[in-house]
Design a protein. Structure first.
Length: 156
């Protein structure tokens, strides 16, 4: 009986471990002075887009979607990116710890359906969706932890 209970407990632990996704780990860096010029340009461009309306497929200050915002911000630093969140997620160098200017990917399974730019202090800037505007959000919201896929960033 005791052996059976241990086996059940081990199976439950294995099942729970399999449900856990990647951990959203961040590093604040050394403030703006500690950032590369590329990262400073990415963050500055993203902040200039605050309040821009969401527009599916948009990539200008007249309207952006999440991957368009990211593409626009990185272009300001001279860095080209794939157009969609999923392509960005699958093609960019992965980061174990997100630093300001890195990309944060969210979705389900292994498909990224949303991307934002890490600002530091456990916040990101993103284009949240239809009917909303580019904004800053806290990463301490359960939704982000539950849907986090990983971080990436080609910026030095």
């Amino acid at each position: 009986m005791l052996r059976r209970q241990r086996l059940i407990a081990l199976l439950l632990l294995a099942l729970l471990a399999g449900c856990a996704g990647p951990e959203l780990r961040t590093q604040n860096g050394l403030g703006q002075a500690g950032l590369s010029i590329e990262r400073a340009l990415i963050l500055s461009s993203a902040k200039q887009a605050l309040g821009t309306p969401y527009r599916y497929g948009g990539e200008t200050l007249r309207g952006v979607d999440c991957s368009g915002l990211v593409q626009m911000a990185y272009a300001a630093a001279g860095i080209g990116l794939p157009r969609t969140a999923d392509r960005q997620f699958s093609r960019l160098p992965e980061r174990d710890v997100a630093r300001p200017g890195d990309l944060l990917f969210f979705g389900s399974g292994s498909t990224a359906t949303h991307v934002g730019i890490y600002l530091g202090d456990r916040r990101m800037i993103h284009a949240p969706g239809r009917g909303r505007r580019v904004s800053i959000t806290s990463l301490d919201i359960d939704y982000w932890h539950e849907h986090f896929l990983g971080a990436a960033g080609p910026a030095p």
